[in-house]
Design a protein. Structure first.
Length: 172
């Protein structure tokens, strides 16, 4: 069956949960790359949701957080920022980027406590999201030396043209 909007039982559950966690009753939405209905949320809303993900206050989110933390490969795959970040955090943080170059993350810090962070690259292109994320993490100074070393390769990114020739670099 072709489902539209929020007709599919899984989508209904997702939007019920989002309503519970955000307090919103109605969502503007679009369709993501997989054609799933995707709610519009502000960066503040995304950051708050990620903070709730790591808060250990919601049983279903504890399950999701633990699954992400214990199996980071399933978040993004090999040589991907989300996988490498979550793996290097050893349980104190997880993250996930999505369509249109949006990334949410949660990290437990000594200085600031539990932090939910949302990042968006305005043009929607993924090419700068890792570098932007590292710039934020470095600015906040919330990675220890070992974590920073493991993620160092994401502090810059080579730009190549359609002929695979180096044409520049994105740096934090």
């Amino acid at each position: 069956k072709n489902y539209t909007k929020w007709e599919h039982p899984v989508q209904k559950k997702i939007f019920i949960q989002l309503s519970r966690l955000t307090g919103y009753k109605n969502f503007s939405y679009g369709k993501d790359g997989c054609s799933a209905p995707t709610p519009f949320l502000s960066l503040l809303d995304i950051a708050k949701l990620y903070q709730k993900l790591g808060s250990k206050q919601y049983p279903e989110l504890i399950t999701a957080y633990n699954a992400m933390s214990q199996h980071p490969y399933y978040i993004g795959g090999k040589n991907r920022f989300d996988t490498d970040f979550t793996s290097s955090m050893n349980g104190r943080g997880v993250c996930k980027a999505g369509g249109e170059a949006v990334r949410g993350l949660v990290i437990q810090t000594e200085k600031h406590g539990l932090m939910g962070i949302a990042i968006k690259v305005i043009d929607g292109n993924q090419r700068a999201i890792e570098v932007a994320t590292m710039a934020v993490l470095n600015y906040l100074n919330i990675l220890d030396t070992n974590e920073k070393t493991k993620l160092l390769c994401y502090e810059s990114s080579k730009l190549k043209n359609c002929n695979k020739l180096d044409i520049g670099k994105i740096i934090s």
